[in-house]
Ligand binder design. Sequence first.
Ligand code: B12
Ligand code: SF4
Length: 502
Amino acid sequence: MDRLRVLLIYPSKFRVTGLPIGLTSISAVLKQEGHEVKIFDTTFYELDSQVSEPQLRADMLMSKRITDEDKWLYKNNSDMKEDLISLIHDFKPRVVGISILEPNYGISLLLSRLIKSTFKDILIVAGGVFPTLSPEVVISEDSIDIVCLGEGETSVKELCNKIAGNEPYIHVDGLWIKDKTNIYRNKNTCLHNLNELPFPDFSDLDERLFYKPMQGKLFKMVNIETSRGCPYICSYCAAPKLKMFYRENTDSSYYREMKMEKVFEQIHYQIDRHSPEFLYFSSETFLAMDDRDFAAFIHGYKAIRLPFWFQTRFETIIEERLQALKDVGMYWLTIGVEHGNEEFRRKVLKRHYSNESMVKAAHILKKIGIGASLNNIIGFPFENRDLIFDTIRLNKQLWQINNKLEINVFLFTPYRGCELYDICKENNLLSDRLEFGTGVLSDESLLNFSDEYRQELKGLLKAFNMYVKLPEQLYPDIKIAENPDAEGAAMREALAKQLQSH
Ligand code: B12
Ligand code: SF4
């Protein structure tokens, strides 16, 4: 069998840093088979926005401004298309794989069309959450030859081995493959055992991708995969549909945990290769682990001595666990509040926990002396200003308990494959502004709201942290700060100063 050259594309934008596990896991598997892999990353090119993700978050008073951003997250000064073409000329890949999330589908098409029109013989494979949940959309695109549904490690390995061995590949599991007359829709029957996969290979990624802001400073971080999937069913997230996809196709559970001994093997492996200053445990709900694994984690981590952070759910915040985690290096965590009205949260978002449990968790975090980012979303269907104020009030209550909490707020985006996307569609709520590639980090709602309400949402996004952190006597001024005019801008500036001195 020959060695195959495979180029993997990470079509990310806005200088959103952090390491992609899916793409690098595929890279590791291909290298294990002896193939040669390179990665082309679009994160640092000047694309549709001048503003980086960290800068945008600081502008919205969510997090501290990074002072040395340009030193670490500087933009490329070359042309993305020219760089890609020249890389392909030099590397001469037989296969190009693109990892696609819905907000990145627009840029993915730009690149796949460019490649197809310049290098006709290259086979282009699209994989990731978006192709998995919308395969018909992706397979209908002329520049894409193959769509990978679900986890791609085994499918891509088989595809590349067959191409390298000059064997027919139209029946490889998990791939939808086009030839001149047909589309072969092969089912994905494989959900991987995390203990049997090689560790993600980050060695071909741009060094800048490793840097994540933490309290206004950038740290070199490495992701450690501990689980895949999520047991919950939130209506605005892709995880429940992915769970259904795997249940129907493989009859197994999407949510899987890696054995603790394997987690530690991975930690040592990545530390040896990348010397990180911080670790990020890549799991949708890190503290979903049982008591035995938790005890093993605490015991094993004592020797690691690196600060770490993770994301989890409010239900998993238990004082004894958090204290034990802090004692071994936990620095920060991220938790989803998402909405402040219990009934709305339960009925529309399908998140079942009480506000009281969040208040209790905020007290625990305060007692332990640990900070956390709270994620919120506004601009849902069936929401209004009053309901948004329930979210503001809950965050205010939590922040007053623990002012180390960082309050994040994002605009709801209806991604295909999420239950709320279908609900918006049924209710004729999707606007014609909804195109692939829109929505990410935007303040422009993609729902069919009135112009007035869309403007109101923009104002509320900017003012959210002010409402949460400044006294209620200032609410009339904050209302002025919501306005898009010069008076609003001046008021925002004045209030932002007050907030900083608070
Ligand atoms: C970790 C994570 C991130 C990381 C890494 C992102 C990445 N591209 O890997 C960071 C923090 C950077 C991130 C950012 C964002 N994310 Co995110 N993220 C996740 C999360 C929680 C886990 C992803 C993961 O690592 N899964 C485990 C790996 C193994 O699975 P995987 O990545 O899907 O890869 C497998 C397959 O998809 C396939 N595959 C993937 N790529 C390829 C490529 C080829 C060629 C092939 C053949 C196969 C293949 O094989 C892989 C290995 O098995 C998911 C939730 C989820 N359940 O997926 C959301 C999720 C992917 N994120 C989402 C979104 C919206 C975003 C943001 C836009 C958020 C924002 N507002 O800023 C940004 C955009 C990022 C960008 N790069 O532009 C959405 C995507 C929705 C959609 N329908 O596309 C998800 C699904 C969450 C949700 N809301 O439903 N995210
Ligand atoms: S939002 Fe988080 S907790 Fe809810 S289903 Fe998605 S990954 Fe799981």
